[in-house]
Design a protein around this ligand. Structure first.
Ligand SMILES: C[S@@+](CC[C@H](N)C(=O)[O-])C[C@H]1O[C@@H](n2cnc3c(N)ncnc32)[C@H](O)[C@@H]1O
Length: 185
């Protein structure tokens, strides 16, 4: 169970944007997606976990907001190329591949002049994670996405920032790594 609150990095970039279409990749229990929908964004939220989506749908139903939930992994989902004014991926576990499929998929979903936000926990203890059967190096980081940006993109934020989450499963993490880029053409 996560906090139920939208992620701070998302809140801070969305403040300056007009509502449009948004894709939430690895939406989990839906706090970000529901918050965006409440602001008038037309949201598509995808996750590989049916359990997470069931909770997300229930939370959306309680406050009567409409959005599209997709039970799929990022690479398996059928997403319109350039279809989203905002693509947000907050702490998703996207497998690293030699051909950078996840990174390409995130980038290609963003509309011209749209925004991409990729956020992960900073300072993950790799040995500790490996002892739980999870190797962070197997997964795409914001830095991996940043290396794929070409002249069509402008980096707005590429930073490590404090995180102030005191409740829910992610509460132990004190800092995020954040990539916010805008597609300029
Ligand atoms: C750590 S949770 C974060 C959930 C939410 N973004 C948040 O910030 O509260 C990561 C979520 O990504 C989902 N996920 C993992 N791999 C995925 C993939 N390849 N495609 C879509 N979702 C994925 C998991 O099922 C999980 O719900």
């Amino acid at each position: 169970m996560w906090s139920g609150e939208p992620n701070a990095s998302l809140v801070s970039i969305v403040r300056g944007l007009e509502p449009g279409t948004a894709l939430d990749v690895g939406c989990g229990e839906g706090a970000d997606a529901i918050w965006l929908a409440g602001l008038g964004w037309q949201v598509t939220a995808i996750d590989v976990s049916e359990v997470a989506l069931r909770r997300a749908r229930a939370a959306a139903g309680r406050i009567d907001v409409e959005l599209e939930w997709l039970h799929a992994g990022l690479l398996e989902a059928t997403l319109p190329p350039g279809g989203f004014d905002l693509v947000s991926a907050q702490y998703p576990a996207l497998l690293r591949t030699a051909t950078h499929d996840a990174e390409r998929s995130l980038l290609s979903a963003v509309a011209p002049h749209g925004h991409l936000l990729v956020v992960h926990h900073a300072d993950v203890d790799v040995e500790e994670a490996r002892s739980h059967g999870f190797d962070p190096n197997d997964y795409v980081s914001p830095a991996d996405v940043a290396t794929m940006l070409d002249d069509d993109w402008e980096v707005v934020v590429d930073d490590r920032r404090p995180r102030h989450v005191v409740a829910g499963a992610g509460a132990g993490h004190t800092h995020d790594v954040i990539l916010h880029a805008q597609r300029v053409r």
